[in-house]
Design a protein around this ligand. Structure first.
Ligand code: HQG
Length: 179
């Protein structure tokens, strides 16, 4: 099915742009960008397929824009495990943010808070429906944790919002977990 093909392609693109560019011979710049032409060649994909993935992406995972040199470039909006500086500015978060995860890890999260694991940040959602979708990826029962983002911000924790609306912060200590 066409949709399945594009989802598969999107996953390959995520891997290359977030985790392992070297595997397809790519080098990203400091902010995670790579020229679109270079990317197409390295991935062996066509421009129409790329555009279909970027435009049709349920989470707007990728950004395409013209760089300061006029060259068109692409990067992943969030989710990196490799060192890239997305140049996000701290922003004032809403009162609360949500984190969807598996019920199985709840005791550990209550004990140590939310950790970023292999990624750059802990990922938080502005609404419970999105948090539920994120948590459902883990399989099993989903729990949605409410984070007291306003209190964290008041205590000096920085929050960022990726271009596709994901809220990011370095870690969430247990004291800020509301539920
Ligand atoms: C868990 C997807 C035990 C955490 C989604 C999560 C998101 C702990 C897992 C984005 C823990 C990390 C990120 C602790 C955190 N003890 N487990 N103390 N602290 N965890 O995939 O938030 O499709 O790195 O609950 O939509 O699930 O890739 O993070 O289950 O936006 O674009 O450790 O990935 O986006 O898992 O998902 P992940 P996530 P994409």
């Amino acid at each position: 099915m066409e949709r399945d093909r594009l989802v598969k392609l999107s996953k390959r693109m995520s891997k290359a742009l977030r985790h392992n560019p070297g595997r397809v011979g790519l080098v990203l710049d400091a902010a995670g960008w790579v020229p679109v032409d270079t990317f197409l060649t390295a991935m062996g994909i066509s421009r129409p397929d790329l555009d279909a993935v970027v435009a049709g992406n349920d989470k707007q995972r990728f950004a395409i824009e013209h760089g300061p040199d006029g060259v068109e470039r692409i990067r992943a909006n969030q989710g990196h495990s490799i060192a890239v500086d997305l140049e996000l500015r701290p922003q004032s978060p809403p009162e609360v943010l949500y984190h969807g995860t598996s019920a199985a890890v709840l005791p550990s999260i209550r004990a140590t808070g939310l950790n970023r694991g292999g990624r750059h940040h802990v990922h938080l959602s502005a609404d419970t429906a999105t948090a539920h979708r994120v948590g459902a990826r883990r399989g099993g029962a989903v729990v949605i944790i409410t984070v007291n983002a306003a209190a964290m911000a008041a205590d000096g924790h920085d929050f960022y919002r990726s271009a596709n609306g994901v809220w990011l912060t370095e870690s969430v200590p247990p004291a800020y977990l509301l539920t």
